[in-house]
Design a protein around this ligand. Structure first.
Ligand code: SF4
Length: 470
């Protein structure tokens, strides 16, 4: 193991005790952005977004990322924490597609000659709520304005319950090369409790079909902390995922129980749900199975096969993080299109309308449906990159800080580094003359180790805006 900032495969679950967990299991950001979304403000509106797009247009050769949000789902899973539109009957998506087409037109015109996508992602909701013909229409609308860079990452999230063979064949033909399947858990009791019955055989069929069609990467999303889950039951599910689906990447997300924000989650309240240490043991059981099968711990809740690009980027210290999670692409502008979509453009974050009718109405009137956003300051930029570096390399090299920002980290971050004394005493991190190094026991708590560098957190005290560590 070399100096600060280097990476190693070690993550120490066995060294985490109930007392240690209790000290660090608290609400905190997941740092897919910095400053984080609760700090976006309505004073950032359409005018500011248009100015941000104009700044992004000034570098026409730089590649772009594009995210398209499709908010519809046929029914609501009781654990869902997303902003979605429940639409059991088809119809509303036609009007929505028209609105998205308008938004694409305005955004593309504002970006001038900047039209090359290195990353193109559809998320939701359920993108495959759209029929194959509608998927083709949406993809065509994007391609009227943008082109894919050679080797571009073209990814889609699918719900196997509503995805057909025809969907997968169409998506592959259009150019999608990565697919992410939501799975949660394969225990029938858990699936019934969360109103999402999805047999393993169905999921396996789609994984096999995706591979035979030539999708180069298959990701599975699991969730821990759901009713009836125990470390033993989840281990059984995870081992069947490894054995029968053999995903290239896996996300094991923590269920965030926030019934005051998502009232439908109240349906789960009378069911036995693992919490605290029990919940952590469910995660640890999954993690131990993935590590035992040779997967690498990428960070927070992600695992990848050693040959996967994410694992290679972690090794090389070239991993990045944005609203889509971990990525191998360097941070470039990310344009978000669709209801609630978040973008990162020209040094500013921007989030679209969360209300479907308002989103569509604004576009029908020729406007951009911005709900809120934030223009980053120079200090925000620096802290954002420091936090990203910590999350993506499990370290912070002070020489790198000096080279990037011309500052002396031990002086400028004196308070932040002092706040790491407790975690250092707990064996989570080492702070030396050359930098910060996250130790194997601290990797699970990487969010906590980033939090001292977050200048906005003090203002969040007492607000329930973030999920807990586990
Ligand atoms: S399919 Fe996904 S987005 Fe839709 S309700 Fe279920 S969890 Fe939420």
């Amino acid at each position: 193991m070399s100096g600060p900032g280097a990476t190693d495969p070690g993550v120490d679950f066995a060294g985490i005790t109930p007392e240690l967990l209790a000290r660090y299991d608290r609400p905190g950001p997941r740092y897919t952005s910095y400053p984080t979304a609760p700090h976006f403000t309505p004073s950032f509106g359409e005018t500011e977004y248009r100015a941000a797009l104009a700044r992004a247009a000034a570098t026409p050769d730089a590649p772009l990322s594009l995210y398209v949000h499709i908010p519809f789902c046929e029914a609501r899973c009781t654990y869902c924490g997303c902003s979605i539109v429940v639409a059991p009957h088809r119809g509303p998506e036609e009007r929505y597609l028209e609105a998205v087409e308008r938004e694409l037109e305005i955004v593309a015109a504002s970006l001038g000659a900047r039209r090359t996508l290195s990353q193109f992602h559809w998320g939701g909701g359920t993108p495959t709520y759209l029929t194959p013909a509608q998927c083709e229409r949406l993809f065509g609308a994007v391609m009227r304005h943008f082109r894919l860079a050679p080797g571009a990452e073209v990814a889609i999230e699918i719900d196997p319950c509503v995805t057909t063979d025809e969907h997968l064949a169409t998506l592959r033909r259009l150019g999608f090369n990565r697919v992410s399947l939501g799975a949660q858990d394969f225990d029938p009791r858990v699936q019934e409790a969360v109103h999402r019955v999805q047999p393993l055989a169905l999921t396996r069929h789609q994984v096999e079909l995706a591979r035979s069609l030539g999708f180069s990467s298959v990701n599975i999303d699991l969730i821990y902390g759901l009713p009836f889950q125990t470390d033993r039951s989840f281990k059984v599910a995870v081992e069947s995922v490894i054995r029968e689906l053999a995903p290239d990447r896996v996300a094991v997300f923590s269920y965030a129980h926030v019934p005051w924000l998502k009232p439908h989650q109240k349906a789960l309240e009378n069911l036995p749900m693992p919490r605290g240490w029990e919940k952590f043991r469910v995660f640890a059981a999954a993690a131990e199975s993935f590590l035992g099968a040779g997967y690498r711990f990428i960070g927070m809740d992600h695992f990848a096969r050693p040959g996967d690009e994410l694992a290679r980027a972690l090794e090389a210290g070239t991993l990045h993080r944005n609203f889509m999670g971990y990525t191998v692409l360097p941070a470039s502008d990310l344009v978000g299109v669709g209801m609630t979509a978040i973008g990162d453009v020209g040094g500013a974050y921007v989030q679209n309308e969360k209300n479907l009718a308002r989103y569509e109405r604004t576009l029908a009137a020729g406007g951009l449906p911005v709900e809120r956003g934030l223009r980053r300051t120079e200090e925000d930029e620096m802290r954002r990159r420091v936090i990203e570096r910590l999350i993506c390399t499990f370290g912070l090299d002070f020489a790198w800080v000096r080279e990037q920002f011309g500052i002396d980290a031990p002086v400028v971050f004196e308070r932040e580094l002092a706040a790491l004394a407790g975690p250092a005493a707990d064996g989570l991190v080492e702070v030396g003359a050359g930098g910060v190094r996250v130790l194997p026991r601290g990797r699970v708590f990487i969010r906590n180790l980033c939090m001292p560098f977050d200048a906005y957190l003090a203002g969040d005290a007492g607000k329930t805006v973030y999920s807990r560590t586990v």
